[in-house]
Design a binder for this molecule. Structure first.
Ligand code: TYD
Ligand code: MG
Length: 484
């Protein structure tokens, strides 16, 4: 006889406990434990090899690795930013989770992608959040009214699974969002861990069986994790995050996990009144509003996945009114900023002193690469000595704790992108001539300045100021605020 055993499941991390507690022991979240009823049958040993229907199991059938499987072609939406992040198109039978803050544009993106896909495939859009009229209204605003797209407003998993099992099952189906889906097998409310987990499991199984692509929309909590269960990330093949500042028009689609492609790819979009537009040349966009003679900025040649991207780093070193000066950074790691300030202070004799330090990555981007160290150092020094970086220079390199500048990967791609956008010089780590670079002094029309140590960066700023003083007499002395 089946007996009911109640468990308490954390709605944030999925941790299970036999008794209620105000604080989850697994993730430390407060007020996240919710009672869930699980029906548990009498415990059975698997050793007998008999299934519930009483038949004896035959065991797993193995095949040889050297078989012939013809992979189904990927389903390509022709929105190249979207396809690239998916690893070159959607793989038939795969489940893709698209996460992001509410209102960031997930529904818009998927509606646009689906409209494109519907030119070649049978596509369906199931919304548990909006009514058919609302979706039609949105489609009209996006100019997609003519798309041959099947719409449904439903949150019953049972119905959707039946559709996926039908002989004319859609090739691509969007579920917007998984938190609104409901299966009547469980008593708990939609959006709880148990509901989300079971609903996804059912949908993924059905989609896999018939080779449909399943695109699940998932909302993100304030802490930045997918609302409810992280478990969802393990169940799907691909996890994409759609992110950006709501106040900026840029949106970035980032692959966090991909069983069928690279995970460091990003796609850049711009939100306009006509929906999301692809940004094919993000560097040009991110540098568009740069003022050439501003101090405290440096152009960093970074890599996002396989694609080089030029990003402006801005720094402001300002006298502080506080006893404990402030260090704040947006788009870059705070701990790394502290480390870099310490290295500049001890290894290059650059005294930040009792100044506040603010750092910002322009355009709402987020930079994670250590290669940005040198660009951040340059922006800081530029602000500190009130001298702009040369307008036509890009910079990159990792800074070590002893102040040494370490080489970074994919140097050629970074330099090529800079040359393409009209930059004339590059400040880079020291390279072995002949090995990575045909010449130590130039590359594709770029004049190269190779640095070994951060102290050389300080000398560089000294040179710039001296050149300038040659032109105009009576300027401020260089490095005026260096305590040295
Ligand atoms: P939406 O796709 O509904 O976000 P999500 O599904 O992630 O919650 O996007 C809503 C936001 O996008 C809303 O703030 C308005 C903006 N938007 C535009 O700026 N232009 C448009 O053409 C559309 C459709 C939306
Ligand atoms: Mg939505």
């Amino acid at each position: 006889m089946a007996k009911n055993s109640n468990t308490y499941v954390c709605q944030s991390c999925g941790g299970v406990s036999s008794k209620w507690a105000g604080k989850c022991e697994a993730c430390g979240g407060w007020n996240t434990m919710v009672e869930e009823v699980a029906s548990v049958g009498p415990s059975k040993s698997l050793a007998g090899g008999k299934s519930s229907s009483g038949k004896k199991s035959k065991g797993v059938e193995f095949v040889e690795l050297q078989g012939t499987s013809t992979p189904l072609p990927r389903r390509i939406s022709d929105i190249s930013e979207f396809d690239r992040v998916c690893g070159g198109g959607l793989v038939p039978g795969s489940a893709v989770l698209v996460g992001g803050d509410p209102g960031i544009g997930k529904s818009t993106l998927l509606l646009q992608a689906l409209a494109k896909l519907s030119q070649k495939y049978n596509c369906a859009y199931v919304s548990g959040e909006e009514s058919i009229d609302q979706i039609r209204l949105r489609a009209a605003r996006l100019g997609l009214s003519d798309a041959k797209l099947h719409l449904a407003a439903s949150n019953h998993v049972r119905d959707i699974v039946a559709t996926l099992n039908a002989h004319d099952a859609p090739d691509v189906i969007v579920i917007d969002s998984i938190q609104t889906m409901f299966t009547d097998v469980l008593d708990s409310a939609p959006g709880t861990v148990a509901q989300v987990r079971l609903s996804s499991q059912e949908l993924i199984n059905a989609a896999k069986k018939h080779g449909s692509v399943l695109l699940l929309v998932g909302h993100v909590t304030k802490e930045g994790t997918l609302a409810g269960p992280r478990v969802l990330e393990h169940m799907v093949d691909t996890v994409l995050y759609f992110e950006g500042e709501r106040t900026h028009q840029f949106r970035i689609l980032r692959a966090v996990k991909n069983r069928f492609g690279a995970t460091d790819e990003i796609g850049v979009f711009e939100m306009s009144h006509l929906g999301l537009q692809e940004v094919k040349n993000p560097s040009a966009l991110f540098l568009a509003n740069r003022s050439a003679d501003a101090t405290g900025t440096a152009v960093f040649a970074g890599m996002e996945g396989t694609r080089p991207m030029l990003i402006e780093i801005q720094a402001l070193v300002a006298p502080s009114a506080l006893g404990n000066p402030r260090r704040a950074s947006v788009g870059w790691d705070n701990a790394r900023l502290a480390m870099l300030l310490a290295v500049l202070e001890t290894r290059a004799g650059v005294g930040i002193g009792p100044n506040d330090v603010y750092l910002n990555v322009a355009g709402g981007m987020r930079v994670n690469e250590p290669a940005a160290d040198l660009a951040v150092a340059a922006a800081l020094m530029s602000s500190l000595c009130d001298e702009p970086m040369p307008e036509d220079a890009i910079i990159f390199g990792e800074v070590g704790l002893s102040g040494e500048i370490r080489p970074v990967s994919m140097i050629e791609q970074r330099l090529k992108e800079a040359a393409k956008l009209g930059f004339k010089q590059a400040i880079i780590p020291t390279m072995q001539e002949g090995k990575t670079m045909p010449s130590a002094n130039s590359y594709g029309g770029l004049r190269l300045t190779q640095l070994r140590h951060v102290s050389e960066l300080r000398a560089l700023f000294g040179q710039i100021s001296q050149q300038k003083r040659g032109d105009a007499v009576g300027q401020k002395p260089p490095l005026k605020r260096f305590a040295g």
